[in-house]
Design a protein. Structure first.
Length: 279
């Protein structure tokens, strides 16, 4: 199950009034989505399916110590995130990284299909399962689940967290669906970049803008509207060299812009200093 983006997010007291009843707040982690199946002594793991494809097998990526801990759980299917100690997705695949499976949902508990049960019941089953884990283990955990508050969202953003997820307490689990009953709240940063070319894709020869920043690092963002694609198609060369403002989550150590998206063409004096790379 996937969360939907929030287009008009209330803030402050308005946020608290909107979501303090029948919603739960969880932290959104920056890792690799992972479903883990525990069946007696057997452990299987796979990623969430991509459009038109199945999930990628991740069983070999589960460290032996984590497998040993997972065998303490009741048989079931557990949805969560594989995260690195650094808290960054690009570190999950590095060798000798300490990985933690952070579970946030229970899809099957023993022989009971939990997907038709509301969030609160699935959360209860997950906590019951995690209570079986050995003490002092450090490879399986969970996220907090609490009544949403704007102060908690701001605290996550202030310490560099990826964001938060709002989940309706009566929401069922719809595998593969992007639901408005789960909402993701992510902070973004702006940057002004220059168009240096285009990339073809499913939407045609001008599916993406190829951009370069003031530090010479290139990135691409999708052209999301038919109107903009039509304008570019009519005269592509007229758009090369134009400044655009994008919004992105953060910059990686290599300098790329994570989750960048086109926002608007920059005005004459609208040049936003580029954000530094993460070390």
């Amino acid at each position: 199950m996937l969360a939907s983006a929030t287009l008009r997010l209330p803030t402050g007291d308005a946020f608290d009034r909107a979501y303090s009843t029948n919603w739960a707040l969880e932290e959104k982690l920056d890792g690799h989505r992972c479903i883990i199946r525990v069946h007696r002594d057997e452990i299987e793991a796979w990623s969430r399916p991509q459009p038109g494809k199945g999930g990628v097998g991740l069983t070999r990526a589960i460290p032996p110590a984590m497998k040993a801990t997972l065998r303490s759980l009741p048989s079931g299917d557990y949805d969560g995130e594989l995260v690195a100690a650094s808290g960054k997705a690009w570190d999950v695949v590095r060798k000798n990284t300490h990985l933690v499976f952070v579970a946030f949902d229970c899809l099957r508990f023993v022989d009971i299909d939990m997907t038709g049960q509301p969030y609160d019941k699935r959360r209860g089953a997950l906590l019951d399962a995690l209570a079986k884990l050995p003490p002092n283990q450090d490879t399986v955990s969970t996220v907090f689940s609490r009544t949403p508050s704007w102060a908690d969202v701001q605290a996550i953003w202030a310490r560099g967290g990826e964001g938060a997820i709002l989940k309706r307490r009566d929401s069922l689990y719809h595998p593969g669906a992007r639901s408005s009953e789960w909402l993701k709240l992510k902070t973004t940063l702006p940057a002004t970049l220059k168009i240096v070319g285009f990339e073809a894709g499913k939407s045609g020869p001008y599916s993406a803008l190829r951009l370069v920043g003031a530090d010479g690092v290139e990135t691409t963002v999708k052209v999301l509207t038919d109107e903009l694609r039509r304008a570019i198609t009519q005269d592509p060369t007229a758009h090369v060299g134009r400044q655009v403002v994008i919004h992105f989550q953060e910059r990686t150590p290599s300098g790329t812009y994570r989750h960048g998206r086109f926002d608007h063409f920059a005005g004459p004096a609208e040049v936003i200093p580029f954000a530094p790379r993460r070390s």
